[in-house]
Design a protein around this ligand. Sequence first.
Ligand code: 5GP
Ligand code: ZN
Length: 120
Amino acid sequence: MECVFCKIVNGEIPCKKIYEDDNVLVFLDINPYSLGHTLIIPKKHVLDFETIDEELLMNILKVAKNISKLVCDKLGADGYKLIQNNGLAQEVKHFHLHIIPVYNDEKKMSIDEVYKKITE
Ligand code: 5GP
Ligand code: ZN
């Protein structure tokens, strides 16, 4: 299996995990756009917004509501963007929802420090 996010789900590739349940996994983006950039994925391989089933999408959105608040509260973000790319815009061909915090005054912090702040 070549899918990088399936490999993360299977534990073949490590990730900085923030949350998981039976259907959903949440972890920090390896190449963050801003501090606390987070990805929410279904554990089963689904391509995109068109092919994901509605129940799973609703699970992901519920998790997104909780995790966006958690991440932003822990890091003191002033807002956040939810982004979900498809087709040419989508680099990793396994559905994922980005949570991208936005800051009035963004601090410099390593991904390890960000992870510690979110999970402590
Ligand atoms: P896309 O353009 O497909 O919406 O974004 C894919 C995202 O996945 C990018 O922000 C990229 O940094 C992230 N990503 C790609 N490979 C890995 C990985 O192995 N681990 C983690 N944590 N994120 C990854
Ligand atoms: Zn996959």
